[in-house]
Design a protein around this ligand. Structure first.
Ligand code: 48F
Length: 259
């Protein structure tokens, strides 16, 4: 077979463009492909919801591949073990109720299963703002991650959805942007981002599930961003809460969309 460079180029440009155009009008868009965003995407797709994840970085997985202090292991506790099983991530019991897994296998399996479940993931594209209409977030403003890194003045484009999700981790970037633009009150006690508390694994993992919810009409929060917005503690390199938070956010959205 003779290979033609132009066919290779066209194959990339045309198939990518088709996927991106297919993601301009969505049921759900998620900002951030860390463990929470990936898990949310997986369960949304399983529930028949058209979902796309935008990840600003080149690689997906957020804080997961780095494990704890770059030791590439994660710890997951009961009851999140059933998600490891569902994702077919090999794990070992370290001590009663504590399971360890390879952070690389966990990241790869989550990514693979989420894509195979039907979610489109765009790496290298970040969410830089939100669209708000009639008191509801109804879209994301997206741009190339490299544009932000290089500080270039390049106008973004808008995508529309029924429901958005901030799964951007500690910085809760999307909700921060919504707050910064003002004129909105978030569903926190003060109406503003509370900010995460100091490390307390047990409380952080408990709080994250309560904090996984709609924070403004049309916008949910999942993962570490949920504790950052509502004031829960950080929890360090234990990942059960991230997986459970992603799953809970998906279930809440499915209920709202499908009744
Ligand atoms: O930080 P990240 O892994 O968030 P998470 O899913 O999990 C948190 C844990 O990794 C860990 C922890 C305890 O286990 O505290 O930190 O809540 O993943 C967030 C992803 O969002 C991307 C970022 O590159 C990362 O991959 N991200 C951040 N801001 C944006 C974004 C943005 N504005 N647009 C798109 N992606």
């Amino acid at each position: 077979m003779r290979l033609d460079e132009i066919t290779i180029s066209k194959a990339i440009i045309e198939t990518f463009s088709k996927d991106l155009v297919g993601s301009l009008d969505l049921e759900v868009a998620i900002a951030g492909a860390g463990p929470a965003g990936l898990t949310a995407g997986f369960y949304l797709a399983q529930g028949g919801v058209k979902t796309t994840i935008f990840e600003r970085n080149l690689r997906v997985g957020g804080g997961m591949p780095g494990g704890g202090i770059m030791f590439n292991k994660i710890v997951v506790q009961e009851p999140a073990r059933e998600i490891l099983e569902e994702m077919k991530i090999k794990h070992q019991e370290y001590q009663k109720g504590y399971y360890t897994a390879s952070s690389l296998e966990a990241t790869s399996a989550l990514t693979y299963r989420t894509i195979r479940a039907g979610v489109k993931i765009f790496n290298l594209i970040g969410v830089e703002d939100v669209m708000v209409k009639e008191g509801r977030v109804n879209g994301f403003v997206i741009n190339w991650g490299a544009v932000k890194l290089a500080g270039l003045h390049v106008d973004p484009i808008g995508i529309r959805f029924k429901m958005g999700m901030d799964a951007t981790g500690h910085q809760c970037e999307v909700i921060r942007k919504l707050e910064e633009k003002g004129r909105v009150r978030l569903a926190t006690s003060s109406g503003k981002i509370v900010g995460e508390g100091p490390m307390w694994a047990e409380k952080g993992e408990e709080a994250i599930l309560d904090n996984t919810r709609e924070v403004f009409p049309g916008l949910y929060v999942a993962g570490m961003a949920a504790n950052a917005v509502f004031g829960g503690p950080r929890m360090g390199p234990i990942f059960g809460g991230m997986l459970l938070s992603g799953k809970k956010a998906a279930q809440l959205i499915i209920k709202e969309l499908k009744g």
